[in-house]
Design a protein around this ligand. Structure first.
Ligand SMILES: Nc1ncnc2c1ncn2[C@@H]1O[C@H](COP(=O)(O)OP(=O)(O)OP(=O)(O)O)[C@@H](O)[C@H]1O
Length: 260
């Protein structure tokens, strides 16, 4: 289980860093294997800051992030990234346009699988591509501009799967995709959770959170104002802010099981 406990992030702001801004205030929630937890809030509420702290791209100012009871700061980053990986909003920015897209796999091989023979490596890549429903012929040996946003996003998820990760931080991963590709990527996440992956699904879109997640965390100005089973949060929100958010999208409260 991935757990956040009293996690706070205070940024130093202003010309000389003399002022501070609390972006995340004592956040606590957990993600179990095989579950999607959506982290919902409007722009600036602190969602990405939480995602970056979970991915250890930013250190918390205070509080603890742990996996199975072990403080992640006690784990080497190399080992940590075998368990936890992130995928972000803009798939294009994760690729260098000069190189073929599958270079992202070669980079993983270089760091984690140096001794693995070619044949075994190819089989591993094919299995990861299969898991994200991409055919090798369609995506290997292609430059990023030859692939769609959805294909690039799925390649990044496949890269994460090469590492047999346990948790995925998905930060607004479908907001830049068109409607049909969005459903593909959402259904892919549903597949991955069936395989036991825990997903932190960061979104400003309540309907998406409702569609995909077992549990929901609602963040407002850095504070968690709602946390619980998604059905309960959507049906009986406790906080006025959540009620306000929900009131703005009343027509979209459909679960994916019901929609499919
Ligand atoms: N490096 C930084 N230095 C100072 N302030 C920052 C920094 N990064 C984020 N912030 C501030 O912290 C707050 C939370 O930002 P964050 O990006 O986590 O929000 P968010 O909910 O992910 O928003 P969005 O949906 O727009 O990405 C915002 O007020 C933002 O301006």
């Amino acid at each position: 289980m991935l757990k956040l406990d009293g996690v706070t992030k205070v940024y130093r702001i202003g010309a000389f860093g003399g002022q501070t801004m609390t972006a995340v205030d004592e956040a606590g929630f957990e993600i179990k294997p095989g579950e999607v937890v959506s982290l919902i809030g409007e722009s600036g509420s602190g969602k990405s800051t939480i995602g970056k702290m979970v991915l250890r791209l930013l250190p918390p100012t205070s509080g603890t992030i742990s996996i199975d009871g072990r403080d992640v700061r006690q784990m080497g980053k190399r080992d940590y990234y075998r368990k936890v990986q992130g995928v972000f909003q803009d798939p294009f920015s994760s690729y260098n346009p000069v190189f073929k897209a599958d270079r992202v796999f070669a980079m993983i091989r270089e760091v984690y699988f140096k001794g693995v023979p070619d044949k075994e490596w190819t089989a591993k890549i094919e299995a990861a591509l299969d898991a994200v429903r991409l055919s090798p012929g369609a995506v290997l040996n292609k430059f990023p501009h030859q692939l769609s946003g959805g294909q690039l996003q799925r390649l990044l998820i496949a890269r994460a799967l090469l590492l047999d990760i346990e948790y995925l931080v998905a930060d607004e991963i479908i907001s830049m995709l068109d409607a049909s590709t969005r459903i593909d990527v959402l259904n892919l996440l549903a597949d991955l959770k069936q395989r036991g992956l825990g997903v932190l699904f960061i979104t400003h879109d309540l309907a998406l959170g409702n569609y995909i997640s077992e549990r929901t965390v609602v963040l407002h100005k850095g504070r968690i104002v709602e946390y619980g089973p998604t059905d309960a949060v959507f049906e009986q929100p406790e906080h006025a802010y959540t009620r306000k958010l929900l009131a703005s999208v009343p027509q979209l409260h459909t679960k994916w099981e019901d929609a499919s």
